[in-house]
Write a protein that binds this ligand. Structure first.
Ligand code: GEM
Ligand code: ZN
Length: 377
């Protein structure tokens, strides 16, 4: 007898019929308070050595239907090691075709990053002795909005802000922060040590802990897409943005990174602030230098594929990178990692995953170091 459940941290699926392993009929579940859907994460029990065909009948209604093209779901027996499983997208139906080798297996849209892992990340960071944890306020459901401050906070320090996972289904963003933090807090790492001599880092590892636990793709518990709240955030609808933005206005910002995942484009890429009013040749030169240094530090980064450039003055100013880059006239990027794989360096077994996100987070410190001497206005 098969059983499919999702009643756990970040679990999300609608089960229509799980009687026949060859015809398991599922649907994508919408975010708790909005229509966005694409994230799924569920447990299948009782199917050892049975060929299972799991179909999502509403995949064409997902937030990014092109995200199913050339995409494969991830699976795990132990919730630590995740691998890609045979998947296909035809006539609006996304299908997973897999024969589990044990009676308990998990399937997900991408390698999860649990709330327990998030709390452990905070604990480990504080345990380094180099990191101060501050509570900036509470989320819609009353979880803590935590800021990690790393550095001497000297008045002359560069203020480097990194936020991640405004969109909770983009779990690669928090894997990335784990990598960045691990290197930044390594007292043996020369780049980290030299950076902390001239910069204080302000890092929010998860901007959307409620949406993460709820198994949402794009919104917080109140149905807000946090990356559209940066012009007029409110404590009621988008406290996560409201309190972080308040703190930024207090500290100032010399460099800003907003870490995301992209459903459709099979590459690692960045989007800058070319469309904001304050954009100028200095920022343009810094963007070029940063991306060159990043591509040198990590063969997983590239600048050929990505989002279309915004026309001058046409940026969406409700987005974090646009609002911060403009308000502080600073270098600011949205960094995107793929739900699929990096086609420049494909891995057929794992695709893009947590560990590659973590290593990219380590590498970004080299790019920050490369431009750090030129960041002060
Ligand atoms: C984007 S992130 C910002 C996109 N920026 C530009 N210049 N197009 C969003 O918020 O919709 C995609 C994502 O969520 O990762
Ligand atoms: Zn995003």
């Amino acid at each position: 007898m098969l059983k499919i459940t999702a009643n756990f941290d970040a679990g999300s699926v609608v089960v229509n019929d799980a009687a026949d392993p060859a015809a398991i009929r599922l649907s994508l579940r919408p975010d708790n308070a909005s229509g966005f859907k694409q994230w799924f994460y569920f447990r299948l029990q009782g199917a050892a050595y049975q060929n299972c065909v799991m179909t999502f009948d509403n995949a064409a209604e997902s937030a990014y239907p092109e995200g199913w093209e050339d995409y494969a779901a991830v699976a795990s027996y132990d919730r630590r090691n995740w691998f890609r499983v045979p998947s296909s997208y035809e006539n609006g139906v996304f299908s997973i075709n897999h024969t589990p080798l044990a009676n308990s297996i998990y399937y997900a849209y991408f390698e999860p990053y649990s709330h327990e892992q998030h709390l452990q990340l905070l604990g480990d960071a504080q345990g380094s002795g180099l990191c101060q944890i501050d509570d900036l306020g509470s989320t819609v459901e009353g979880r803590d909005i935590n800021l990690l401050t790393i550095g001497n906070q000297a008045e002359s320090d560069l203020k480097i802000w990194v936020i991640a996972r405004q969109h909770p289904g983009e779990t690669m963003a928090e894997w990335f922060v784990e990598g960045l933090l691990g290197r930044l807090l390594d007292p043996q790492d020369p780049t980290a040590r030299a950076l902390l001599d001239r910069a204080t880092f302000y890092i929010v590892p998860n901007m959307n802990p409620d949406g993460s636990v709820l198994g949402n793709l794009r919104t917080n518990a109140a149905g807000a897409n946090l990356n559209r709240e940066w012009e007029t955030p409110t404590v009621e609808k988008s406290p996560e943005v409201y309190f972080v933005r308040e703190k930024m206005l207090e500290t100032g910002v010399d460099l800003f990174l907003d870490i995301h995942g992209d459903e459709s484009i099979p590459f690692v890429f960045m989007a800058g602030t070319e469309g904001v009013p304050a954009y100028n040749p200095r920022t343009a030169a810094l963007e070029t230098a940063f991306k060159h240094a990043f591509a040198t530090a990590s063969p997983d980064f590239q600048d050929e594929h990505g989002y279309p450039k915004d026309a001058p003055g046409q940026a969406n100013m409700t987005m974090a990178t646009a609002w911060v880059g403009n308000r502080f006239d600073c270098l600011a990027f949205t960094l995107e990692m793929p739900f699929k794989d990096n086609h420049n360096l494909p891995d057929d077994d794992f695709g893009w995953n947590g560990q590659r996100s973590l290593r990219l987070g380590e590498s970004v410190l080299s790019a920050i170091w490369a431009v750090s001497a030129d960041l002060k206005k």
